[in-house]
Design a protein around this ligand. Structure first.
Ligand code: CDP
Length: 235
């Protein structure tokens, strides 16, 4: 395996005569946040590959709670019932139902509960604190989970573009839905995620904004890598 580019700091080495060897940077933590279907998952996975870091899709934790609750027949309107569904380790990460729109909708409801967020906090912070660094994507990574992340991206796109993308993903999985319905769902999800009191979806002040509305996947990934490289060059 080749050495990740961020470890060897030749620029710093050149101007530091006293240095006995190259400065070894600590492995970075990269936070990627954004609304539904903004492309943050694809970008986070690409960053993890590029910088050779482990990746956590934190949305899957909330989806796992939602799936547990749904399978038990629990009521998402009750925080107490949602809290009982927080045993996310019991969920098979490969369960195809995790990615369904029903589960995504329930996830966005249960994720508004402070008790649910608190129950999932340690798992995320521990993942971020591992010595090898990490990439995490979600809604509150740069603001709450990893406020000291070395690089933060807030990935967004217009609701219409995101609805088109989500439609494409669903079609690829053989699901037939109308664009209008997907758009309504995306907007409702945005409102719930940004409007909740605890850890709302928000751009951290020190995050770089990446609007992917007019970008292809390749362009968005390339832009994200550039932004992160710039940030990591400063640590
Ligand atoms: O893929 P998509 O953007 O549709 O959703 P996701 O990232 O899998 O997250 C599902 C739901 O979990 C979101 O609508 C959020 O309400 C919630 N979530 C959250 O509150 N905080 C996170 N860090 C990640 C997800």
């Amino acid at each position: 395996m080749t050495e990740p580019a961020f470890i060897h700091d030749s620029a710093n080495e050149a101007h530091s005569n006293k240095a006995k060897g190259p400065r070894v940077r600590p492995a970075p933590v990269i936070a990627v946040d954004g609304p539904a279907a903004s492309g943050k998952g694809t970008i986070a996975r690409a960053l993890a590959r590029r910088f050779d870091l482990p990746h956590m899709d934190t949305g899957m934790l909330y989806r796992a709670v939602a799936l547990n609750l749904w399978r038990w027949g629990g009521d998402p309107a009750h925080e107490f019932e949602a809290l009982k569904a927080c045993d996310v380790a019991a969920v098979d990460p490969e369960d195809p139902e995790l990615r369904s729109e029903v589960v995504g909708g329930i996830a966005s409801r249960v994720s508004a509960y402070p008790a649910v967020r608190a129950a999932l906090l340690d798992r995320q912070r521990e993942f971020a604190a591992q010595p090898g660094g990490a990439v995490l994507d979600g809604r509150d990574i740069g603001t709450v989970i990893c406020p000291d992340a070395d690089a933060k991206l807030y990935v967004t796109a217009s609701a219409e573009v995101r609805a088109e993308r989500r439609l494409g993903e669903l079609a690829a999985r053989g699901m037939k839905v109308h664009l209008d319905d997907v758009l309504i769902d995306i907007k409702a999800r945005d409102e719930r995620d940004a409007g909740r009191e605890v850890a709302p979806l928000a751009k951290a002040e020190d995050a770089d904004l990446l609007d992917t509305s007019a970008m292809s996947v390749e362009e968005a990934v390339a832009a994200a890598i550039l932004l992160v490289e710039k940030r990591l060059a400063k640590i």
